[in-house]
Design a protein around this ligand. Sequence first.
Ligand code: FPP
Length: 253
Amino acid sequence: MSIKIPFFRSKQENPLQDNELTNVPEHVAIIMDGNGRWAKKRGLPRVAGHKAGMDVVKNIVEAAIKYNVKILTLFAFSTENWKRPQPEVEFLLRLPKEFLHIYLPDLMKNNVRIETIGDFDSLPPYTKEAVQYAKEKTKDNDGLLLNFALNYGSRSEIMRAIKLIMNDLDDDKVSMDNIDEDLISKYLYTEGLSDPDLLIRTSGEKRLSNFLLWQLAYTEFWFTDVLWPDFDEQVFSEALLEYQKRARRFGGI
Ligand code: FPP
């Protein structure tokens, strides 16, 4: 299927306006970085950047639907983010509830299903309750899968998988001969999901920060200096267009 990218006001604004998307990544993962710097540049508290970033999530969900992306995985809170000052941690963990309070009706209308990856049980009750409610409410939707990485860390995910596999070995539910890449994938939080085709990281940083280390083995990476609160449909479409040009060989020729 071929999808036209949106019409922007001027060619200058979007030099790619005549291009078409013919190969849309099925699964896009995003490290939404730069909220703090965005706020600092404006003399605002860091949390103002997170708040602005929350509204961008809604815009990018809409863009993802428009371009026919099937899965959007967003790194919303890492297992390392607990090291931030307590008020910032609390603000970040209250954002899912606020986001869902404002946008869940729209997400329902748009047939979006909400899921999470990460250590859900260790989240505070106000996060868990809001997100659990949204998961339940959207569970039969079959449009975009909006997958929040919440309290997620890839190394602990892999460690957890190893422990679960060892338990199942003990219980004879798994035998040593069965352990292969597919089996390991089934023990990760991302069980049943295809691996991301495209990873986007905003704000100029070029590292993975403990995000989806197993799942990104053959993913295409795209980095932009744009800070997450300034990220928009146009920048998103640039990433999708760049993805078209990548030759994915998965180790073959
Ligand atoms: C990194 O920027 C960003 C985060 C740790 C949080 C990302 C969260 C959002 C964008 C909002 C999430 C919205 C929902 C709906 C859950 P940073 O604070 O590290 O920025 P800096 O590197 O400029 O300091």
